[in-house]
Ligand binder design. Structure first.
Ligand code: NAD
Length: 357
């Protein structure tokens, strides 16, 4: 039986509650599909500050490096908000991404049929289903380029630089092509090549690489048009690949099409099979400890881990089916609608686990 070693970072706030339910679902998927998960629990975020004085202890980084993948709940909370920037829980998030070389961020925007009514987009536009994957470059571009303050013509000024090397573009574009290959075989590369030189290099590089992926249909779109098309006709997209800043904005836009923050999963990959999987929401201190948090974003992040890190496609699909089936009858308070049973975190986790087949 295949055995996978997962470093588990429960984090703060609702983190421990939603991760505990996710592990139950993973264990059940393992029983049904014949694999075993071995968990190594480590500290990151506020809990690590309290226990070890830093948000990202060295042993946590080492454990992540030694494992097959990482599952993260969420970090942060008001009790650590007054700490200096480098000692805040969120510094652990940036630190772990850098330490593990996670350069590709995957954000699915998927509407579960049972939750169609929650989308802020008209049902006539969404159609029968919606399933977009945004692949965002995570460690380059303007967020990491040269920046500074200066003076121009006697007035104060500031600048940030969009900078990409060809190898950086190639490696993220490859993630996009490979992802499209595993899905609907359509890749849309988003840039601003009508204005930016870095975008022209981006486009040239993606076009050159496309020769290796004749089975994937490649298209290009300017970022402003893409922002508009995501609302006008989101169903046209399969996989979108783009730079750090454009991806930051577009992935938030695309993910909100699904209508609920408690449902949104994400993955960050380092090129090989290793990845860090986490919900996109935070630690929700306002509802922590009350047993009402929605565990589905974390459960769906774990499903991404099964698919993208371990190639366990059938088990991943079974988890997604179980989530949809659970939504047919039960809802946590954040997605509650009349006519459904209102359940807490543990009950939702148990229900999803019981529906895995
Ligand atoms: P948040 O995502 O934690 O919460 C925003 C709102 O959504 C809250 O009302 C919350 O109750 C609700 N919500 C979030 N997740 C939910 C879930 N699973 N089920 C039900 N409701 C849910 O964002 P915030 O309030 O801006 O931040 C709270 C803390 O989390 C801060 O310390 C912030 O820095 C941190 N944070 C961490 C991460 C991360 O760990 N990746 C991401 C974002 C924010």
């Amino acid at each position: 039986m295949e055995n996978y070693r997962i470093t588990v970072l429960k984090g703060d706030g609702i983190g421990p509650e939603i991760v505990d339910e996710t592990l139950k679902v993973l264990d059940r998927a393992g029983e049904v599909y014949g694999f075993r998960m071995q968990y190594d629990f480590r500290l990151m975020g506020g809990c690590a500050i309290d226990a070890a004085g830093v948000p990202l202890p060295a042993d946590t980084v080492e454990a992540c490096r030694q494992s097959d993948s990482v599952l993260l709940g969420a970090v942060g909370g008001p009790q650590w908000d007054t700490m200096p920037g480098h000692l805040r829980p969120e510094a652990g998030l940036l630190g772990i991404r850098g330490a593990l070389g996670l350069y590709a961020n995957l954000r699915p925007a998927k509407i579960f049929p049972a939750l169609k009514a929650a989308s802020p987009i008209k049902q006539s536009i969404i159609g029968d289903s919606l399933d977009i994957m945004v692949v965002r470059e995570l460690t380059g571009g303007i967020y990491f380029g040269e920046r500074g303050r200066c003076e121009k013509d006697g007035v104060r000024a500031a600048f940030d630089t969009e900078f990409y090397t060809v190898p950086e573009i190639v490696r993220i574009a490859k993630v996009g092509f490979e992802m499209a290959r595993k899905r609907g075989k359509k890749l849309c590369s988003v840039d601003k090549a009508n204005v930016l030189e870095s975008s022209r290099l981006w486009r040239e590089t993606v076009v050159a690489l496309s020769a290796d992926y004749p089975d994937v249909e490649l298209s290009h779109m300017y970022v402003d048009n893409c922002a508009m098309q995501l609302v006008r006709n989101p169903a046209q997209f399969d996989v979108i690949v783009t730079s750090n800043m454009f991806g930051d904005i577009l992935s938030d836009e695309a993910s909100m099409i699904s209508g609920s923050i408690g449902m949104l999963a994400s993955a960050s990959l380092a090129g090989g099979s290793f990845g860090l999987y986490e919900p996109i929401h935070g630690s929700a201190p306002d509802i922590a400890g009350r047993g009402v948090a929605n565990p589905l974003a974390t459960i769906l992040s774990a499903a991404m881990m099964l698919k993208y890190s371990f190639g366990l496609e059938a088990a991943a699909a079974a988890v997604e089916r179980a989530v949809n089936a659970a939504l047919e009858s039960a809802r946590t308070p954040d997605i509650f609608e009349e006519g459904y049973r209102k359940v807490g975190t543990a009950e939702m986790g148990a229900l999803v686990a019981s529906l895995i087949a």
